[in-house]
Design a protein around this ligand. Structure first.
Ligand SMILES: Cc1cc2nc3c(=O)[nH]c(=O)nc-3n(C[C@H](O)[C@H](O)[C@H](O)COP(=O)(O)OP(=O)(O)OC[C@H]3O[C@@H](n4cnc5c(N)ncnc54)[C@H](O)[C@@H]3O)c2cc1C
Length: 576
């Protein structure tokens, strides 16, 4: 063990491994150490991923290793959630396309075709070890069983971390990737906000030999999210024989029930017929665990020579399965930021502020969407009044119905050119608002025919683009908490709208541009992206639509939403 490193990372979970691996990938001469208090493999909650993680794993050079471990492929989720007790499905890739693509192939497969859009359901004891070993292969000094017990600081600067054994390690930069422990965050006295009224507790255990509810093609499945009147159950197969099953309930309900966590847990599993039917041959591993899981957000994401990454900087809610995605993405951005700072400190403030704004927004919008998700569940009997409290926190006085509507709308464009939240694109969000909260879906692109740019009060500013180990400045506009990146589909629409506001002129220009662009591989998908960008720009106030009766309206067919009524596929446990 050295006494000094360029970068010290506290914690060897997904955020820590991502930061450390990417630092070494792009600058092999930089010395990086991870200090992890446990010895891997170790169990950890947070098993259901989102497709966005794939690109980071691929960049880290370990997608193939994760695929080779044979984790179930997450094609989507089956929900019992909303106005009706009927099940519905959300699919990243439609099951039939997935089956068709994989009918003649086996695993391990390559990171191509539909697999670029699926996710994994991972046994964290295996997954986190693959990632940590991978970091070591890239040249990171990985110290397991090594807890950071205190730090030495001077003002806002961390001078050294101290190990339980008493050793003192100095570094130029420190990264807190210690998850909920928030080792550096606490030591640097960073307060956290609790921007939600939803205070839940989670109870879970692992089960052997539970049946899968759904099996699609080569190891594809969907996680099950079943709401009860007072909470909800997750059911996540992690491998051929191991399944994670958890119960989430409001802390208040737990207190008032007067029951022990394990009793509440087992009752819920018995009571939920779809889940209990999968447990006929199953047995518990007996690793029953409980935690409180309320949302929080650190008030600062960086200091003089340190950054918070992953869950140490905030936590949304298990319902959106977004925690690990946030951990991987923030780990990547922290690595790129430090790589730039090691080259030059000329843009130091800008680099740090960009990371903080993105990370806080990423977590904040997931918290807000999780609030919507819970409050829009008509099956939850006690929760609806909360919507008003949540809206009030944002300075709004709304009826529950209007509060739902407000939670479901706005803030749909993020810096990564995404138009949605937690893997739900804008069409899915609209579909969800309808399904969950009776908010009629509106499609302004076909209801109006004049689309005027509204840049009033917008400020032109550079936003960070994180690519290939660098952070460059991209064009964008900001207004309050909204961002309009002038890139990709947004740039195309923005440039066309600068020339004409009329749909009858927008469409042919767009079609012609797409047809003549050699970089466009699928023109239909590119066109739909642009239409979605237009709708997101309307939702976020960058475009004001209106109707001119002298002009034609475009007649669009229905949108592709990844949400459908549930179709049961015969369930069985795949053979080992
Ligand atoms: C009930 C529940 C369900 C969840 N479900 C999901 C889900 O389905 N999908 C999803 O994506 N996310 C989920 N999450 C969130 C997910 O668990 C986290 O977002 C994710 O693990 C964060 O990764 P991380 O690398 O930031 O932290 P962690 O994975 O927690 O890793 C931090 C590491 O730091 C180590 N450490 C801590 N303190 C020290 C110290 N002082 N010295 C050295 N090492 C230290 C720890 O041992 C640990 O290995 C869930 C969370 C909860 C509470």
């Amino acid at each position: 063990m050295k006494e000094h490193y360029d970068v010290v990372v506290v914690g060897g979970g997904p955020a820590g491994s991502t930061t450390a691996t990417l630092l070494k990938k792009y600058r092999s001469d930089v010395s990086v150490a991870i200090f992890e208090r446990e010895v891997f493999p170790r169990d950890h909650i947070g098993e259901s991923q989102l497709p966005g993680i794939n690109r980071v794993l691929d960049e880290m050079g370990c997608w193939n290793k994760v695929e080779a471990a044979g984790f179930p492929i997450k094609v989507g989720a089956t929900f019992r959630w909303g106005k009706q007790p009927e099940l519905w499905d959300f699919e990243f890739v439609p099951s039939e396309i997935f089956i068709e693509y994989y009918k003649d192939t086996t695993r391990p497969a390559r990171f191509e075709g539909p697999r670029r859009h699926t996710a994994f359901q991972v046994d964290r004891s295996i997954y986190d070890k693959i990632l940590l070993d991978h970091a070591a292969e890239y040249g990171v000094d990985v110290h397991q069983g090594t807890k950071i017990s205190s730090i030495e600081k001077q003002g806002d600067k961390i001078i050294a971390v101290k190990l339980e054994s008493g050793e003192r390690i100095t570094a130029s930069y420190f990264v807190d990737a210690s998850g909920g422990a928030g080792t550096l965050r606490r030591a640097m006295d960073v307060p956290v906000d609790y921007p939600s009224h939803l205070m839940n507790v989670a109870f879970w255990d692992y089960w052997q030999n539970a049946d899968w509810a759904v099996e699609i093609g080569v190891g594809g499945t969907k996680i099950q999210v079943m709401s009860l009147g007072y909470g909800w159950i997750w059911f996540i197969p992690l491998g051929p024989t191991r399944t994670s099953i958890g119960l989430v309930i409001p802390a208040e309900y737990y207190k008032q029930s007067g029951k022990k966590p394990e009793e509440l847990y087992l009752n819920a599993l018995r009571e939920e017929e779809r889940i209990s039917s999968l447990l006929g041959n199953a047995r518990r591993e007996g690793k029953f665990t409980t935690t409180k899981d309320w949302s929080y957000l650190a008030q600062r994401q960086y200091g003089e020579n340190w950054f918070l990454s992953g869950e140490s900087s905030g936590f949304a809610d298990p319902i959106l399965s977004a925690g690990m995605t946030i951990a991987h993405m923030s780990g990547r951005e922290v690595a790129f930021t430090i790589l730039e700072l090691l080259k030059s400190t000329e843009r130091e403030n800008w680099l740090k502020e960009q990371y903080e704004r993105r990370q806080a927004k990423r977590i904040g919008s997931h918290i807000r969407f999780a609030d919507f998700w819970y409050t829009a569940n008509a099956q939850f009997v006690d929760i609806q009044g909360l919507t008003q409290k949540i809206a009030a926190d944002w300075g709004l006085d709304l009826s529950p119905k209007n509060a739902w509507e407000w939670l479901a709308r706005g803030g749909f464009i993020d810096d990564d050119l995404m138009t949605g939240t937690g893997s739900f694109d804008l069409y899915c969000v609209k579909h969800l608002a309808h399904l969950l909260a009776d908010i009629p879906p509106q499609h302004p692109r076909s209801e109006y025919n004049v689309f005027r740019l509204n840049m009033d009060g917008a400020v032109h500013r550079h936003r960070a683009i994180y690519r290939d180990g660098t952070v460059t400045a991209g064009e964008s506009y900001f207004r309050e908490d909204k961002v309009l990146p002038i890139d990709g589909a947004f740039k195309r629409i923005f440039e066309i709208l600068k020339r004409t506001p009329y749909m009858e002129e927008i469409l042919p220009t767009l079609e012609q541009q797409i047809a003549s662009d050699p970089n466009v591989q699928q023109s239909k998908a590119a066109f739909l992206d642009c239409m979605q960008a237009l709708e997101a720009m309307i939702s976020d106030g960058w475009v004001i639509p209106s109707l001119d009766n002298r002009r034609r309206r475009a007649n669009f067919s229905a949108t592709n939403s990844a949400i459908r009524p549930h179709k049961d596929t015969p369930g069985h446990r795949p053979t080992e």
